[in-house]
Design a binder for this molecule. Structure first.
Ligand code: GTP
Length: 352
């Protein structure tokens, strides 16, 4: 049986305040949790069983996926405390049923990718590799650790971020690992797979292959990237078999109530039971479920958490609004994160 591990235990600090209530992999992207897009890709690649490496808000993953996903078996391995990416793989590895030489796919839980997972698996099997990493080329590799390869595609180094990168190839966060490699990662302390496990394998002479495919690839770690990923799925730039509705200019989920004079555009999503009043407009934004948007309000490049109430004639640009936040009529916010403090009830506003 083909198996995968998906890493979903991070706190998603860059997407706060949305991630204060919902872990990043469960945030809705084009109407379904981000994780559903990854499950769909794994299922399309023939994966039958997934071990979710959970830590932060682990109970929510159990609640949403204990019953599986479209015929795929999903189980959770919850770390007693965060183990880092390598420690999480090792901890989840105990729940695999694959044999020592079998290939296991490991995915970061926050990446949208259009690459050919089956082709990556084939590359791994044909080379009889210990590890095969999906690599993508990016225009500005200075923000990432770089992964150079030789003429045969074999990985030669793992380099930290640098001002003059030697290659534009970066680790895309989707690996095929030989099961026995997973079993060799320590489970008794936090381990970084990128900084410790992979460089250690290279030093010990293991065969680490690069699978270079510059298909669609986006790490949804920041508000801007989250908006971009949602926009690309809604408008059809990226296909996902997890999508529940047709692609188009915008996506209105069930029971969304949009006044005929309101404008919803640029790949925006309006969540279930949300309402948008007369002459309001929503551009390039994600509005989650049960949100009320008042008359004449303008929302642009913003993420609006579930259950928010936004009064009339507000202007929100480049804003991240935490779940269940109320904004009075006429409020104007730009480039800010805003949420309601649970203890004091006060509105908290921070620069984005
Ligand atoms: P930021 O806090 O905004 O950087 O986001 P993050 O917490 O998701 O961290 P990062 O993007 O570096 O994590 C990459 C992937 O690894 C994500 O899918 C995380 O959910 C996951 N991850 C990071 N640390 C851990 C961990 O300690 N345990 C588990 N199970 N997963 C982790």
């Amino acid at each position: 049986m083909r198996e995968a591990i998906v890493l979903v235990g991070g706190e998603g600090t860059r997407l706060r305040p949305l991630t204060l209530t919902t872990p990043k992999p469960l945030l809705p992207v084009a109407g379904v949790p981000l994780l559903a897009h990854q499950f769909a890709r794994l299922r399309d690649a023939g994966i039958e069983r997934v071990v979710l490496a959970t830590s932060y808000r682990a109970d929510l993953f159990d609640r949403d996926f204990a019953a599986g996903f479209q015929g795929m078996n999903i189980v959770c391995a919850t770390e007693p405390s965060p183990m880092g990416t390598g420690g999480a793989i090792a901890h989840a590895g105990v729940m695999l049923s694959s044999a020592a030489d079998d290939p296991v796919i490991v995915l970061n839980g926050d990446v949208l990718s259009g690459h050919d997972v089956r082709a990556q698996l084939r590359r791994h099997t044909d080379a009889d590799a210990d590890v095969t990493l999906h690599l993508v080329q990016v225009s500005d590799p200075r923000r990432f650790g770089c992964v150079p390869t030789n003429a045969q595609g074999r990985v030669t180094d793992f380099l930290e971020k640098m001002d003059n990168p030697v290659t534009d190839q970066i680790n895309a966060g989707c690996y095929v690992l030989r099961r026995s490699v997973i079993d060799d990662i320590p489970t008794d302390r936090p381990v970084s797979v990128e900084r410790e496990t992979f460089p250690g394998l290279l030093r010990s002479g293991a065969l680490v292959e690069g699978y270079l495919e510059s298909a669609y690839w986006l790490d949804l770690g920041t508000p801007a990237a989250y908006l971009q990923g949602s926009h690309d799925l809604v408008t059809g730039v990226l296909h996902s078999s997890a999508l529940t509705g047709p692609i188009g200019e915008s996506l209105l989920l069930s029971d969304a109530a949009i006044d005929p004079t309101a404008v919803i555009a640029d790949g925006s999503v309006i969540g279930q039971r949300s309402s948008v009043a007369a002459t309001a407009w929503v551009h390039d934004s994600v509005v989650m479920d049960s949100v009320v948007i008042g008359e004449g309000t303008h929302i642009q490049r913003s993420l609006i958490g579930a259950g928010c109430f936004i009064g009339a004639n507000c202007v929100l640009r480049d804003v991240v609004l935490g779940d269940a936040t109320t904004l009075a009529a006429g409020a104007h916010f730009e480039s800010q994160r805003i949420w309601r403090d649970d203890d004091t009830g006060d509105l908290v506003v921070e620069a984005l």
